[in-house]
Ligand binder design. Structure first.
Ligand SMILES: Cc1cc2nc3c(=O)[nH]c(=O)nc-3n(C[C@H](O)[C@H](O)[C@H](O)COP(=O)(O)OP(=O)(O)OC[C@H]3O[C@@H](n4cnc5c(N)ncnc54)[C@H](O)[C@@H]3O)c2cc1C
Length: 510
């Protein structure tokens, strides 16, 4: 059996038969099998929209050697390695727990929120009543922050092939479509994610892992630089290793860690709002037509130098999605975006944020604790301004011009909009840069300025970073780590999962 790789350019609505036909046209024979290696949509020229598909073809009529197998993560098993408590059932906590359970540890995974099915009902109730539920919301609960999301699986982190392949293969075994293994911009959608995370939890339990929902880590029991137990809302759990993967919305957990002497430092992060447009406006701008059979919905990713002092970029674009209330407490108001696998909704939204350094922004020295306090008080000010969870909003054109015009605002946001001079609610340097960025984006995407800008987007990444020693532990602790987005070393589903896996592998010591 021989092997050959081919690159095919095929029309948007192409199907598997068309791929087969294109291969046989290139090879001149029909006796082969093939698999897709990479698939991306090329929308650079509106007159020539096409899929670029790289395939691997096997046939007895070919001569080339088969490629080397993709690198596989190896998890060495040893019986009775000890007890681990992992805190947080998001991607970082879950995948570190899974690796350690497979390696022979006895792992208990605790999660302050509820299991995903119950969480979904609590979120639905929040969106109907406006009454926030601390046990089940967009930030907390089984699967972590990304469960009710667009489920984009892209990551810009380098040198993570084995760990990333492990994550993707776990998702596929739990029901994700195989295309996540080859699409340039793979995504799962909230509908797939809900099933996938509960299937994964079931697999972890089947390996002997213990999962405790509605269990809050409230303290660490530390003796001579070792954490010997964790104190939780359900009692004390002894541990040989403790991994905390709390995401970056759990201010109470951050404060407890800082109080216990876990060292953190400041890092740059981003602040801004979300922009939203009719999806057809984005499709037309990107493709020259409102719909394109074979392609779900047009995407964009935009960057701008802003006002020359702070950069502006779009982040976490959700084609055909919804803007959602992503707060983790009853007194803060922030937004984020999600979509279903079909990306069939009528709106496109994206974070539109400004890269900031908090000390430059506030023009003074700031401790990590003060950075958290400042960010939380900004999130609270949005809650106060809106009188709850409506999203303060205005037209993008109004924001650019800095003038209220009572523009009619339409949005997918389920809790309603509160018309506001949004530029006055954000820190002045952020508004100034955002205004310049929005202006630039309106030159790139026709009709961009006709969209809506809403809410506070403050969760692109953590404003603080845990100080790690060379082994990955929290500096000053022998057996404690903070991993994932809350550590300040990762952001996004895949990179957080990989951060958890890398730490788990590092403590195996085989
Ligand atoms: C609405 C939304 C959409 C998103 N869309 C995407 C996307 O499309 N693609 C992408 O890559 N990323 C997306 N993200 C970001 C992504 O979800 C996060 O980067 C990722 O989930 C971080 O993983 P993590 O495991 O580090 O933390 P998290 O997923 O935040 O998980 C932390 C978990 O720890 C729990 N926890 C916190 N404190 C405690 C405690 N004291 N005791 C017990 N449990 C605790 C929390 O309840 C939570 O479940 C989105 C986020 C949101 C909110």
């Amino acid at each position: 059996m021989g092997y050959k790789e081919l690159v095919l350019n095929l029309p948007p609505a192409c199907r598997e038969d068309d791929i087969r036909q294109a291969i046989s046209d290139k090879l001149g024979f029909h006796e082969f099998s093939f698999h897709i290696l990479k698939k991306s949509f090329d929308a650079r020229k509106k007159q020539d929209l096409h899929w670029r598909i790289q395939v691997g073809v096997d046939s007895s009529r070919l001569r080339g050697p088969s490629p080397a197998l993709a690198p596989v993560l190896s998890i060495p098993y040893k019986k009775g390695r000890g007890r681990v408590v992992v805190v947080g059932c998001g991607p970082a906590g879950f995948f570190s727990a899974l690796v350690l359970q497979k390696a022979g540890y006895e792992v208990t995974l605790i999660e302050r929120g509820t299991a995903v099915r119950d969480r979904a009902s609590r979120i639905a109730r929040f969106e109907q009543t406006g009454v926030f539920d601390p046990l089940g919301n967009y930030a907390f609960g089984e699967g972590g922050a990304g469960t009710f999301s667009d489920g984009k699986l892209t990551s810009r982190t380098k040198h993570i092939t084995k760990e990333k392949n492990f994550v993707l293969s776990c998702y596929m075994e739990a029901g994700a479509p195989e295309e996540i293994g080859y699409l340039a911009h793979p995504h799962l959608g909230s509908d797939h994610l809900k099933t996938i995370v509960s299937t994964l939890t079931g697999q972890f339990r089947a390996l002997g892992g213990v999962v405790l929902f509605e269990t809050l880590l409230d303290d660490l029991v530390v003796r001579d630089g070792r954490v010997c137990a964790v104190s939780t809302s359900r009692g004390v759990l002894d541990a040989d290793q403790v991994i905390v993967a709390p995401g970056h919305s759990a201010y109470d957990t951050y404060r407890m860690l800082i109080r216990r002497g876990v060292p953190f430092r400041l890092k740059n992060f981003a602040l801004g709002s979300r922009v939203e447009h009719p999806q057809e406006l984005i499709n037309t701008a990107q493709w020259g037509r409102a719909r394109l059979p074979g392609v779900k919905a047009a995407e964009y990713r935009l960057t701008s130098p802003g006002d020359g002092t702070l950069p502006v970029y779009t982040f976490c674009m959700c084609p055909g999605g919804m803007v959602v209330p992503a707060t983790a407490t009853a007194h803060t108001n922030i937004v984020n975006g999600m979509s279903l696998y079909a990306r069939g909704g009528g709106y496109a939204n994206a974070g539109c944020v400004v890269g900031v350094n908090i000390q430059n922004l506030l023009q003074r020295e700031v401790t990590p604790l003060e950075a958290l306090d400042w960010l939380e008080s900004l999130e609270q000010s949005f809650h106060e301004q809106a009188g709850g969870f409506r999203a303060p909003a205005c037209g993008i054109r109004e924001f650019i011009e800095g003038r209220s015009k009572n523009t009619a605002l339409t949005s997918s946001y389920p809790l309603g909009l509160k018309p506001a001079d949004l530029w006055t609610l954000l820190p002045t340097p952020v508004s100034r840069a955002l205004r310049a960025g929005l202006n630039d984006f309106s030159r790139t995407i026709r009709g961009f300025e006709d969209g809506v800008i809403l809410g506070l987007e403050s969760k692109t990444s953590s404003p603080i970073q845990m100080v790690r020693d060379e082994t990955g532990h929290c500096a000053g602790f022998e057996n404690l780590a903070v991993v994932g987005e809350g550590s300040g070393y990762a952001g996004g589903i895949v990179s957080s999962a990989v951060d958890g896996i890398k730490y788990a592998l590092s403590i195996l010591g085989d």
